[in-house]
Design a binder for this molecule. Structure first.
Ligand code: TXA
Ligand code: MG
Length: 375
C-alpha cells in the first residue's frame, strides 16, 4: 500500500462557537479554506470508507478510524501490531457527539467543571458504557465497562473530526512499543506501507499523550499522567483529592485498570539508563563498571547536569540538552529518543526530573522506556 503525506495548515481552520450560554464546543460550526479543506475531505472519504488515517493532535499524532465500525477499528490494531486487550481513546469535536455516545446515560456531573476548564485539550475521561445499546465498536473498549474519550485541541484534529462527522478511535500512530510520534515523519517511519494517508500538521505542541482521568471512582484517579498536570486537575471542584493510580504487582488474570500500562512502551533500540533526579551523574567509573567505555553513548541533560559532563566522560559520549522547563522536556522527549536511534546510539544516559507538574508525565514515560533505573 502506498502511504501519502498531505500538508495541512492550521490557519485554514476557523471555528465558530454557536452557543455562548453553554460550553463553546456544545455544537460548534467550522469553516476550512484552501488546500486544507480539500485534503480533509479526502481524509474524511477514507475514514467513512472504513480505512485509517494518521492525523496531528496537540499531544502526539493519532491513527484514526471510525469508532462505530469494527472493520475500521480492527485496521488500527493491525497497522500498529497492538495487543487487542489494550482499549482505545475516542475523539470527538462536539459535546453533542459525546452525548450521543453516552446513549441512556447522562454526563456524570463530576466531569462538567473539568470539561469546562480543559476541553478541548489533552485530557481523556472515562465514561460509563451501556454494552447492550452502545454504537461504539467493542474493539475500542476491549471488555471494559467504560469508554475513554477526549476532545483534542489541535484545530486540524477538530476539523478532521468535524469533516468526517464520526467519532474517531485514535491511539498514538506508532508501531506498538516504539516512542509515540510527534511529527508526520515519525509516523511515516513506523507505518509507511501499512496505512494510506498521513495528514501533516507539523510538530506536536505538547509532545506526550493526554492525561487519562477516572471520575467514576471516589476519590477520582489519574490512570495515566499526561498533558494536563495532576496539580491543574486538583484545582477543579470535586477533583481536589484526586489520586495518581500506580499499578502494583497484579495476579496474572486480573484485568489491569489501565490495560495499556502493562506493556513495554516508548522504547528506542538504544539501552536507556535513567538517573532519578536525586542520583548523582554518571562518571568514568560508572561507564567502566557497565562495560561502556567504547560504546556510542548519548547524554541527555535536563536541569542539573553540567554541559561539560559528556566531554569529561570520553570522546565516545555526545551531549544533548532536553531543555529545562517541563514543557520543553515533554515536547522534545519522544522526538529525541527517535533521533538517537537514527544516529545509531547504543546507550542513553538520561537525567531524570522531579515529579511536579509536567515532571510526573515525563518520568512516567521515561521509567517505561528505561532499561535500567539508577537511584
Ligand atoms: O494524547 C492521546 O491520548 C493520544 C492522541 C492520539 O489523542 N492517544 C493515545 O492513545 O495516547 P493510546 O491508545 O496510545 O492510549 C490509550 C490509553 C491506554 O493507556 C489505555 O489503556 C487507556 O488509554 N484506556 C483506553 N480506554 C480505557 C478504559 N476504558 N479504561 C481504562 N483505560 C483506558
Ligand atoms: Mg500509545
Amino acid at each position: 500500500m502506498e502511504t501519502r503525506i498531505l500538508p495541512l495548515a492550521k490557519q485554514d481552520v476557523l471555528f465558530t462557537p454557536l452557543n455562548t450560554t453553554s460550553h463553546p464546543f456544545e455544537n460548534p460550526s467550522l469553516t476550512v479554506s484552501g488546500p486544507t479543506a480539500l485534503y480533509l475531505k479526502e481524509a474524511a472519504v477514507l475514514l467513512r470508507g472504513n480505512s485509517v488515517v494518521a492525523f496531528p493532535t496537540e499531544t502526539v499524532y493519532g491513527l484514526g478510524a471510525n469508532a462505530l465500525c469494527s472493520e475500521a477499528v480492527s485496521k488500527i490494531y493491525l497497522a500498529k501490531s497492538r495487543p487487542a486487550d489494550n482499549p482505545l481513546i475516542l475523539h470527538v469535536a462536539s459535546l453533542r457527539t459525546l452525548r450521543n455516545l453516552l446513549g441512556p446515560y447522562s454526563l456524570p456531573s463530576i466531569y462538567e467543571p473539568l470539561i469546562a476548564k480543559f476541553w478541548p485539550g489533552p485530557l481523556t475521561i472515562l465514561l460509563p458504557l451501556d454494552k447492550t445499546s452502545t454504537a461504539i465498536s467493542s474493539l475500542c473498549t476491549s471488555g471494559q465497562s467504560t469508554f475513554a474519550v477526549r476532545m483534542p485541541q489541535h484545530p486540524l484534529a477538530l476539523a478532521l473530526l468535524h469533516t468526517a462527522d464520526v467519532p474517531l478511535a485514535a491511539p498514538s500512530a506508532n508501531t506498538s512499543t516504539r516512542p509515540s510520534p510527534t511529527t508526520a515523519q515519525h509516523v511515516y517511519h513506523d507505518l509507511a506501507g501499512r496505512i494510506p494517508l498521513i495528514l501533516d500538521g507539523g510538530p506536536c505542541e505538547v509532545g506526550l499523550e493526554s492525561t487519562v482521568a477516572d471520575g467514576l471512582v471516589s476519590p477520582p484517579q489519574i490512570l495515566r499522567p499526561g498533558g494536563i498536570s495532576v496539580e491543574q486537575i486538583r484545582t477543579i471542584t470535586g477533583w481536589e483529592h484526586t489520586v495518581v493510580h500506580r499499578p502494583g504487582v497484579k495476579s496474572q488474570d486480573e484485568v489491569p485498570r489501565t490495560p495499556g500500562m502493562k506493556y513495554r512502551h516508548y522504547s528506542p533500540t538504544a539501552k536507556i539508563f535513567l538517573f532519578e533526579s536525586t542520583s548523582s551523574p554518571p562518571d568514568r567509573a560508572f561507564l567502566e563498571q557497565e562495560g561502556l567505555l567504547d560504546a556510542n553513548i548519548a547524554i541527555c541533560r535536563t536541569r542539573e547536569w553540567s554541559q561539560q559532563l559528556a566531554q569529561s566522560l570520553g570522546s565516545n559520549v555526545t551531549e544533548y540538552s532536553m531543555g529545562s522547563t517541563g514543557h520543553e522536556i515533554a515536547r522534545r522527549l519522544f522526538a529525541l529518543l527517535r533521533e538517537l536511534d537514527d544516529r545509531d546510539t547504543k546507550v542513553i544516559l538520561m537525567e531524570g526530573i522531579t515529579e511536579g507538574e509536567e515532571g510526573l508525565a515525563v518520568m512516567n514515560r521515561l521509567r517505561k522506556a528505561a532499561t535500567v533505573i539508577v537511584d
